[in-house]
Design a binder for this molecule. Structure first.
Ligand code: DC
Length: 222
């Protein structure tokens, strides 16, 4: 196994932005596992398949090809050859993804793909179960935390920038619902690994959080 940095944390902590910056600065391949769960969800939505239609989901999973590519420093995700990097970030996918991500068949498909990437590459991988399930022996485990209100505020502002019109209260409610599904599911529930180092980003800027994360990674590299 190459050098693996696992970053887990709830939605809206800035995980995506932070891992992107660190990956460039430290020359680590950036893997956003949430994007993989979102792609499966998009494929199911497009085929009018609901989270309780296990057999149909299995069939979709048998025929699905998900690929992450770094293009000009940007991470793009391809679903059966199509760039779906934008389509996976709609409110519809947001609303459904935690239900699909709770399914055993979906996790059984994506976890081995994620492990394989870590066999041959020095990576920084972000998600919910990276330090607990995907790479329990990761070289560095970071748990990025943030208050619920701040997370909702950040997601609300992100949405505004993207032209998505959702009120702060709607965003807050959706975050609470997803968090409940993610933490209470039977398979690979979202919990902090015992040996993960927590960084609370509630009162930190992106730059301050990046510095904290980088300091921890460097201390484990030497
Ligand atoms: O990080 P995100 O919001 O893009 O994640 C999308 C969904 O996928 C979210 O509901 C949590 C789930 N997820 C997961 O269950 N396991 C991961 N390793 C990554 C994401």
């Amino acid at each position: 196994m190459a050098f693996v940095v696992a970053i887990d944390g709830p939605a809206g902590t800035g995980k995506g932005t932070i891992t992107k910056i660190i990956s460039k600065r430290m020359n680590l391949l950036n893997i956003d596992t949430g994007a993989m769960y979102r792609s499966v969800t998009l494929a199911c939505i497009r085929n009018n398949v609901a989270p309780n239609e296990e057999k149909k989901i299995e069939k979709i999973l048998d025929n699905i090809d998900i690929e992450l590519k770094n293009m000009d420093g940007e991470q793009k995700i391809f679903l059966n050859g199509e760039d779906v990097s934008k389509e996976i970030r709609t409110p519809e996918v947001d609303e459904q993804v935690a239900k699909f991500a709770a399914l055993k068949s979906v996790r059984d498909k994506l976890t081995p793909i994620q492990r394989k990437i870590g066999e041959n590459n020095n990576i920084i991988m972000e998600g919910r179960d990276i330090g607990t399930v995907v790479f329990p022996n990761a070289d560095v485990k970071i748990f990025l935390d943030c208050s619920l209100e701040e997370r909702a505020k950040r997601r609300y502002l992100q949405n505004l920038k993207k032209g998505i019109n959702e009120s702060y209260d709607e965003v807050l409610k959706a975050i609470i619902e997803r968090h409940k599904l993610e933490t209470e599911r039977k398979i690979a529930p979202f919990i902090k690994a015992n040996d993960a180092i927590t960084i609370d980003s509630t009162n930190l800027t992106i730059q301050e959080t990046v510095n904290e994360v980088e300091k921890i990674i460097k201390s484990k590299m030497s």
